[in-house]
Design a protein around this ligand. Structure first.
Ligand SMILES: NC(=O)c1ccc[n+]([C@@H]2O[C@H](COP(=O)([O-])OP(=O)(O)OC[C@H]3O[C@@H](n4cnc5c(N)ncnc54)[C@H](OP(=O)(O)O)[C@@H]3O)[C@@H](O)[C@H]2O)c1
Length: 337
């Protein structure tokens, strides 16, 4: 039997049990040219919250009653395509299902001898590539500059900080617990880190960690954290606007802030929103560079892995509570499916 998680209703504010529906169905037979992919790892990502709204964006909304779609690493269990054999490992944007029956072209082959399977959803996958292109193409860090990263202990943020260190920058991370702050300096090599939940005067705490001001602010969270960093921008600062997770569960019409516009004018800074799909034709370049840094030991990564298909919605919601360190993933146990 197949297990499927669909979008039952569009959440207003935080998703609840009403948002998701668990279904069971027979696994369909593949048609000519199709393969059956058994899911091994599911990526849960903050952007999925946006797709639950019925609003225009860079990617269409999820449809009610349809399986939620996201990054999945899986194993081919049946093939009616010359491109794949049973046992091949693949990655694709597939449904939250134990088994997906898809055209062979819907996935790409991955090699578990080059990197662990989960890494194709984290450090050398979507989040690592987002860090790479957002920082290098928009942030353009230079040696000696100060780079601040919010959401710093997460999947994107932890890689951003390390790439900035490789470029010779001074790196300051902002994260939501003392454990994360310690991890940033001890494991990921950040020069300083601030716990935004306990700092008190957040602007003063970030200022102390950035005695020369802020040249690049890689923003993953928005809201109060971003307000505090913005006041410290140097002239000609660059701000890759990657995400605003603090706003994702706000009711429609809520005041998103931050109140930064005059600061941007005064400092002649550049702020630019981006999504990874802007870089579709350069993904190979990014993956090659990340893979090289990884093999040279210059890049470290963390994953928080929750086990069990039924826990995918829970893992997704934990992203907004900050329980994850590094990339949040759900692993399917061998006895499932
Ligand atoms: N533009 C793109 O193409 C692209 C691609 C991937 C991701 N993104 C965006 O990048 C950001 C990070 O994504 P990710 O996959 O790496 O997730 P992540 O950082 O691994 O996980 C989310 C983290 O956000 C923090 N957080 C949650 N609520 C917060 C709040 N109200 N204020 C401040 N921090 C909060 C939590 O850490 P703390 O404990 O530190 O609070 C949590 O661990 C998200 O905004 C996401 O939408 C954009």
């Amino acid at each position: 039997m197949n297990k499927i998680i669909t979008l039952r209703s569009r959440p207003q504010g935080w998703p609840t049990d009403e948002t998701f529906e668990f279904k069971e169905a027979q696994v369909e037979s593949p048609a000519e040219g199709q393969i059956v992919v058994r899911s091994l790892y599911f990526s849960v990502d903050p952007y999925m919250r946006g797709r639950m709204n019925d609003s225009k964006s860079y990617i269409p909304p999820y449809q009610l009653g349809e399986a939620i779609v996201g990054g999945i690493v899986g194993e081919v269990t049946e093939s009616r395509s010359e491109a794949y054999n049973p046992g091949d490992k693949v990655m694709g944007y597939l449904g939250w299902k134990l088994y997906n029956v898809v055209d062979a072209a819907a996935v790409r082959r991955i090699d578990e001898n080059l990197a662990p399977l989960s890494a194709y959803l984290s450090v050398i996958g979507m989040t690592g590539l987002t860090a790479y292109f957002g920082l290098m193409d928009i942030g353009k860090p230079k040696a000696g500059e100060t780079i601040v990263v919010s959401g710093a202990a997460g999947a994107v943020g932890s890689i951003v900080g390390q790439i900035a260190k490789i470029q010779g920058a001074r790196v300051v991370g902002i994260a939501g617990s003392d454990e994360k702050v310690k991890l940033l300096t001890d494991k990921f090599g950040f020069d300083a880190a601030v716990n935004y939940k306990t700092a008190g005067d957040l602007k003063a705490a970030i200022a102390e960690a950035c005695p020369n001001g802020v040249d690049v602010y890689f923003d993953n969270v928005g809201g109060d954290v971003t307000d505090a960093v913005m006041s410290l921008l140097n002239d000609y600062a660059r701000i890759p606007l990657c995400g605003a997770i603090s706003a994702y569960n706000m009711e429609e019409g809520a005041d998103l802030r931050p109140s930064i516009l005059t600061k941007l004018i005064k400092t002649r800074s550049m702020i630019k929103g981006f999504v990874l799909s802007d870089y579709t034709d350069r993904l190979e370049e990014g993956a090659k560079q990340l893979g090289q840094w990884l093999s040279e030991g210059k890049l470290k990564y963390e994953e928080t892995i929750i086990e069990g298909f039924d826990r995918i919605p829970e893992a997704f919601l934990e992203l907004f509570k900050g329980t994850n360190v590094g990339k949040m993933l759900v692993k399917i146990t061998p006895d499932e499916g």
